[in-house]
Design a protein around this ligand. Structure first.
Ligand SMILES: [Zn+2]
Ligand SMILES: [Zn+2]
Length: 370
């Protein structure tokens, strides 16, 4: 009797231990799933009011803050990082650069000697000055070649990781005549779905641009499929889906979600740090996303950013960034029109739609007559 009881007690103990172990396993596997299923942090709208957490010096572009007032001839810490920054976005090319390729204007002869060494030292040289001038022109700033606070705060803005200039043969500003006032005439209206109504196109100066060599989808391929990486949040999937529909409503393209295991034309995913395509992401702040030119189809969001749906303080809107990156997928490069979705930068807490400049760019690339 005693031994039977003790046996019973023992088996009871084993049973409960087993249940406990199974429960612990379930709980930890749920933890594992949620940690891996949620690719990035979405901010909650009702977050507690502890002030803002805008990336400043901790941002990957934070080094720029210390360069204010630097000018030609200076040797300042951080100039080397600025050269890397300008190289990444296409303004400096350490090996192939020539004095006429940057600005289209001749510099003085000394600049030739700096061709190779420019990206490797911390000297503010002629080529850096020329690169800054090009940057300032592209971003509608006075091309002074100096690092004033306006230029630096532009450079510190979160942006797309795709370069503004590729192989020195693309430019953000079109060859069409532009005047100083033209940059103020950009179209502010949003294009939402079919609601696009243009009233002052005649005043609009286009500044869209294309990738080097103008890659595009073949004319027979106007109906493209897209897919999402496993584990993406449904709200992100829906937001990117809306961005595809906005492009479909305003261009000759149509988009549909790929069925089954067929390889989609466009593949969307959240990636972190170095993710194997030669253009590593940089953590929170800095670059937000990138996409490849036609007909590659890869579209990557930086998983280290704080993403949101709509206008949420200190977070980036998935749909707005998707609209921009789909522009690259279709063959557009950056535009210097601030209201265009293809403008390289986007602030946090903001949303943006398509602009006449974006539509004109796609129509010009695909010879669509409107
Ligand atoms: Zn871009
Ligand atoms: Zn990537």
């Amino acid at each position: 009797m005693t031994s039977k009881f003790s046996l019973h007690h023992h088996s009871l103990f084993t049973k409960y231990t087993l249940i406990l172990i199974i429960m612990i396993m379930i709980i930890s596997s749920l933890d594992f799933l949620s940690a891996h299923g949620d690719h990035h942090s979405h901010v909650e709208v009702n977050h507690d009011d502890h002030g803002h957490h805008k990336p400043t010096s901790s941002s990957p572009f934070g080094f720029l803050k210390h360069l204010e007032g630097s000018k030609k001839g200076d040797k300042v810490q951080g100039i080397r990082d600025l050269k890397k920054y300008l190289q990444h976005f296409g303004y400096l090319n350490p090996t192939q650069i020539t004095k006429t390729q940057i600005t289209g204007h001749s510099l003085n002869d000394n600049s030739i000697n700096n061709d190779i060494s420019t990206a490797n030292d911390s000297t503010f040289d002629d080529l850096l000055e020329a690169a800054i001038k090009t940057y300032q022109t592209n971003y509608n700033l006075k091309p002074t070649g100096t690092l004033d606070s306006q230029t630096l705060s532009k450079m510190m803005m979160p942006r797309c990781a795709v370069a503004d200039i590729i192989n020195n043969d693309t430019r953000m500003r079109s060859k069409k005549k532009s005047t100083t006032s033209s940059t103020k005439n950009h179209v502010h209206r949003k294009l939402l779905g079919q609601k696009y109504v243009s009233t002052d196109d005649l005043q609009t100066v286009s500044h869209y641009s294309f990738f080097s060599g103008k890659p595009k989808w073949p004319s027979s391929k106007y109906s493209l499929t897209y897919s999402f990486a496993e584990g993406m949040l449904s709200e992100d999937v829906e937001a990117v889906g809306r961005a595809f529909q906005t492009w479909a409503s305003n261009t000759h393209f149509s988009f549909s979600r790929a069925q089954g295991n067929t390889k989609a034309d466009i593949r969307v995913s959240f990636e972190r740090g170095d993710h194997g395509d030669g253009d590593a992401f940089d953590g929170a702040g800095g670059v937000l996303a990138h996409a490849f030119s036609p007909t590659d189809g890869r579209l990557h969001f930086d998983a280290d950013e704080t993403w949101a749906i709509g206008e949420v303080a200190d977070a980036f809107d998935v749909e707005t960034v998707a609209l921009h990156e789909i522009g690259h997928i279709l063959g557009l490069l950056h535009s210097s029109v601030e209201g265009a979705i293809m403008y390289p930068q986007i602030g946090s807490g903001l949303t943006k739609g398509l602009n006449a400049d974006d539509i004109q760019g796609i129509n010009a690339l695909y010879n669509v007559v409107v």
